[in-house]
Design a protein around this ligand. Structure first.
Ligand code: UDP
Length: 247
């Protein structure tokens, strides 16, 4: 079995992926495919924590237009991520991959609270940890959650799994001449205001020397390829600023 390039990763799966073609709700077939893909990567002895989005169910910002207070909407969005996390936990375990959901907002009856050292311990024991309820704070996103948790658990990389096969200079669905980047810096993502991930997440990763790989989750074998260090999607990386590491 080839050796993984990374010891520990954060995989960010956006809610839209769970929604499948319709982008809303949970498509059981897509969920199963995602679980199988995670399993393929996991067998290379890489420690995996997954941050799940909730956009397939609810986004705080869309609630605002419907008269729901932004903070309330954001809490609704965070709860949406818990629904996705529970679904993913279930299918992963059916695939034979042990998984634990940890939430940033306590809901003891259904999941563990997020405890950094405990999350690390689970991963060391071969369990996949699914991190739900975002950061626990409104006005943030699950991209930022992925960046924050990556710094906290000393992950080597953030894998942003989306429906696009990398970062483009403009929306590839709207512009035929959109150009894909192989590699770019965190600062470039910020300066060009690229919509691939939010600015808070990009700057948090930049300040903590965490590379981000943006890739298409639905292309078979992609998570495994990324984990093995093959060139897939777009790599966001900057010259290293020394940072203390532990754990
Ligand atoms: N959210 C939040 N704080 C967080 C993470 C998420 O308030 O730390 C809310 C926010 O309303 C967001 C929703 O949860 O729109 C779903 O997350 P996100 O939009 O990041 O999901 P994705 O786009 O990845 O499906």
């Amino acid at each position: 079995m080839p050796k993984a390039k990374y010891k520990r990763i954060i995989l960010k799966v956006s809610g839209e992926v769970f929604g499948g073609k319709h982008k809303v709700g949970i498509d059981p077939l897509v969920l199963q495919t995602v679980a199988k893909e995670i399993k393929k990567a996991h067998r290379h002895n890489v420690q995996i924590a997954i941050v799940v989005g909730g956009g397939n169910i609810f986004r705080g910002i869309s609630g605002e237009g419907e008269g729901i207070d932004r903070s309330t909407g954001d809490y609704m969005g965070m709860l949406a991520t818990v629904i996705n996390a529970l679904a993913l936990q279930d299918v992963l375990e059916k695939e034979g991959v042990y998984a634990r959901v940890q939430t940033a907002i306590e809901m003891k009856a259904i999941a563990e609270p997020f405890i950094r050292r405990r999350a690390i311990r689970h991963m060391q024991k071969g369990r996949v940890v699914i991190l739900a309820a975002g950061t626990g704070n409104p006005y943030f996103t699950t991209d930022t959650t992925a960046a924050l948790r990556a710094a906290e658990i000393n992950a080597d990389v953030v894998l942003k799994a989306t429906k696009v096969d990398g970062v483009y200079d403009k929306d590839p669905f709207l512009h035929k001449d959109a150009k894909k980047f192989q590699k770019l810096s965190h600062m470039n993502v910020l300066k060009r205001r690229l919509k691939v991930l939010d600015a808070t997440a990009a700057s948090l990763c930049m300040d903590n020397n965490i590379p981000i790989i943006v890739f298409d989750l639905m292309k078979k074998g992609n998570i495994e390829r990324v984990v093995l260090g093959k060139t897939v999607g777009t790599m966001i990386v900057s010259p290293k600023i020394p940072r203390p590491r532990s754990g």
